[in-house]
Ligand binder design. Structure first.
Ligand SMILES: *[C@@H]1O[C@H](CO)[C@@H](O)[C@H](O)[C@H]1NC(C)=O
Ligand SMILES: *[C@@H]1O[C@H](CO)[C@@H](O)[C@H](O)[C@H]1NC(C)=O
Ligand SMILES: *[C@@H]1O[C@H](CO)[C@@H](O)[C@H](O)[C@H]1NC(C)=O
Ligand SMILES: *[C@@H]1O[C@H](CO)[C@@H](O)[C@H](O)[C@H]1NC(C)=O
Ligand SMILES: *[C@@H]1O[C@H](CO)[C@@H](O)[C@H](O)[C@H]1NC(C)=O
Ligand SMILES: *[C@@H]1O[C@H](CO)[C@@H](O)[C@H](O)[C@H]1NC(C)=O
Ligand SMILES: *[C@@H]1O[C@H](CO)[C@@H](O)[C@H](O)[C@H]1NC(C)=O
Length: 557
């Protein structure tokens, strides 16, 4: 008996040692897509199921067009290649968004030119239009600019812009001229594109948040108002009444906007109440005016602050939690299952270039953070952030980086250039490497949305055909349907990024999905969206739809 048990155990051990190993469990991974994005992708916006617009400053980038360096490009998600875009105005530190009619508008930028690149016109009043592009490769699709007749009311470098409830853009703040660090010549006002009036709207909030109020972080709330945070100040702006309501400061002296960059995100909105909650992470706990703190070695904060934007939530104030490490210039990006990706940035220092006495090469920041984390909003405080199973990148992504969720369901990560122009000889060089961060489901059989109507009406029930892998058809599976704006990535912020969950049901035969669209354009501003179906954390590719009529802004349907 003893003996036979022994042989059985030996047999099992022998089997374990010789058996073919089970397939590795799927995991998050970084994948390098191309070493040469041609321009530094310091801004990125997905404009079609296959195309991403990249913008850089007008500089000495290797990608050429019309015998000069390009500073705009179209990245092809299918082939991982770029083609140059002809840009007239300097798009350095601009922002942008998609409008209700599907057109991309990029606004603001650098007033200066660049020696050796004669074509450049000042960008600080620019409006750059990229109409919806039907060609998967971008054939025939170009930018439209007419600086003489189509321009902003005010000069704005480092502005933010978000799509609001009527499908137009609210454009926020900026500086008139070169701001090496602080906002020393501010445009403390709001305006709209298309314009709603012939003069700008002055903002007391932007005055109060000087000198570190570039690229304010702002979100269209489900009642049509707008939340904003800059420096350590926050408000709700009522567009229709033109009034500002002051909210509590970010706690513990933490500052979160350029050049002291944290990031912020509107957490996923869910029916029936769509209660808005904002999460702000990273930046630095510092007095912005104390020069002794301006060092590449000043630790960034690990603080995340979260607030619920109801009267009770505002009365309660910001709830504080901590990332696993300090990060300046972190990126917060929605994952279609409702979690938040925290990636990029540095452990110490600041945004911008050559403004600290101990710059690393030209970088005001040091100690790049290479391992992303995941934030799970509905876990209890203190348990929401983890990097278990997350991969380690080797590419520093510091100032002038971009990240976006793609319609394929993974994350495109590019850029980083804390330098004056192209500089390949410093510790943190101009970076042309494009990588993706692929969630585990990229290695699995995924649900498919087989087709969708082109336009979806608000507050309506929509049924679409789907195809599910057998293993995702079991009873009790967790089904989530997300309507998403992928945002415009610039300076550690994703303008207009949004995730609205929709009530949804899969048919008994597992062949169709029925979901209820958001009630109106305040919950999801009318415009392009991707619909992702997630079953037990396995996410489909995005289905590209137009939420609403597709009318040009302003539109209420
Ligand atoms: C580019 O330069 C070449 C050689 O100097 C010239 O033949 C060509 O016409 C130029 N192309 C454009 C678009 O200016
Ligand atoms: C990278 O992009 C360039 C420019 O579009 C292209 O020529 C090259 O083939 C791409 N490389 C890879 C590995 O895809
Ligand atoms: C916000 O910043 C102001 C100006 O620097 C400072 O007086 C105030 O104490 C800060 N608020 C908090 C909560 O740290
Ligand atoms: C790169 O930056 C270093 C540090 O400032 C500087 O010495 C060098 O001249 C720069 N190279 C170029 C090509 O600008
Ligand atoms: C990531 O890689 C760096 C060096 O490339 C190493 O110092 C660090 O410990 C790694 N971190 C993790 C969490 O694996
Ligand atoms: C949405 O539609 C339902 C009927 O389908 C109606 O009862 C409800 O009032 C509508 N809501 C809005 C916000 O229009
Ligand atoms: C969308 O609206 C903008 C702003 O009015 C306009 O510039 C653009 O041409 C429109 N695009 C389409 C496709 O109608």
């Amino acid at each position: 008996m003893k003996r036979s048990l022994f042989s059985l155990v030996s047999l099992l051990i022998a089997y374990a040692l010789t058996a073919p190993s089970a397939p590795a469990a799927p995991k998050w991974e970084f994948n390098l897509k191309n070493e040469t994005s041609g321009i530094v992708a310091l801004e990125a916006i997905v404009v079609s199921p296959t195309l991403v617009v990249f913008f850089d400053r007008a500089s000495d980038d290797p990608l050429q067009i019309n015998n000069h360096s390009a500073w705009g490009a179209l990245w092809n998600l299918e082939t991982s290649t770029v083609r140059p875009l002809d840009v007239l105005t300097n798009s350095f530190c601009a922002s942008g968004a998609l409008l209700s009619n599907g057109t991309m508008a990029s606004v603001g930028g650098d007033p200066r030119g660049f020696v050796g690149n004669p074509a450049i016109q000042p960008g600080n009043q620019a409006i750059r239009i990229f109409e919806p592009c039907a060609s998967p490769t971008g054939d025939g699709c170009t930018l439209f600019e007419d600086p003489a007749t189509l321009h902003l009311l005010a000069k704005r470098w480092y502005p933010s812009s978000i799509r609001i409830f009527d499908g137009s853009l609210l454009i926020i703040g900026g500086t008139h001229v070169n701001a090496d660090f602080y906002n020393i010549d501010p445009e403390n006002s709001f305006e709209f594109f298309p314009p709603k009036e012939s003069i700008v709207r002055p903002s007391a909030f932007l005055e109060r948040s000087l000198p570190a109020n570039l690229f304010p972080r702002a979100f269209a709330l489900p009642d049509g108002k707008v939340f904003m945070v800059a420096n350590n100040q926050s408000i709700i702006y009522d567009i229709e009444a033109n009034t500002e309501t002051i909210l509590p400061d970010i706690p513990n002296n933490v500052r979160v906007t350029n050049p002291i960059d944290g990031s912020a995100i509107l957490l996923p909105l869910s029916p029936p109440d769509y209660t808005p909650e904002v999460l702000v992470c990273g930046g630095t706990a510092t007095d912005p005016l104390d020069p002794s703190l301006l060092s590449s070695q000043t630790p960034a904060t690990s603080q995340c602050s979260r607030i619920t934007l109801t009267s009770e939530g505002i009365a309660k104030g910001w709830e504080v939690e901590h990332m696993l490490e300090g990060r300046t210039m972190p990126e917060l990006v929605h994952i279609p299952n409702g979690q938040i990706l925290i990636t990029n940035g540095a452990g110490t220092g600041f945004a911008a270039l050559n403004q600290v006495p101990d710059a690393i090469g030209n970088s005001n920041a040091d100690h790049p953070v290479f391992v992303p984390s995941i934030y799970t909003p509905d876990l209890p405080l203190g348990q929401r952030i983890t990097n278990a199973g997350m991969p380690n990148s080797t590419i520093p992504r510091l100032y002038h980086s971009s990240v976006t969720l793609t319609p394929q369901g993974n994350f495109l990560i590019a850029g980083s250039n804390p330098n004056g122009n192209t500089n390949l000889t410093v510790p943190f060089p101009s970076t042309f490497k494009v990588q993706t961060l692929d969630p585990p489901f990229m290695q699995l059989n995924r649900p498919k949305i087989l087709s969708t109507p082109k336009n979806l009406k608000f507050n309506s029930s929509v049924t679409v055909p789907i195809d599910l892998p057998q293993e995702l058809t079991r009873p009790g599976a967790k089904v989530q349907v997300a309507l998403m704006d992928l945002g415009f990535s610039s300076h550690a912020f994703h303008s207009s990024a949004r995730l609205v969950f929709m009530d949804a049901k899969i048919s008994a035969d597992k062949k169709s999905l029925t979901f209820i669209t958001p009630p109106n354009g305040r919950v999801y501003p009318p415009g392009p969206a991707n619909i992702f179906l997630t079953i037990n954390d396995v996410t489909s590719e995005g289905a590209w739809v137009m939420m609403g009529s597709g009318n040009s802004p302003p539109t209420l349907e």
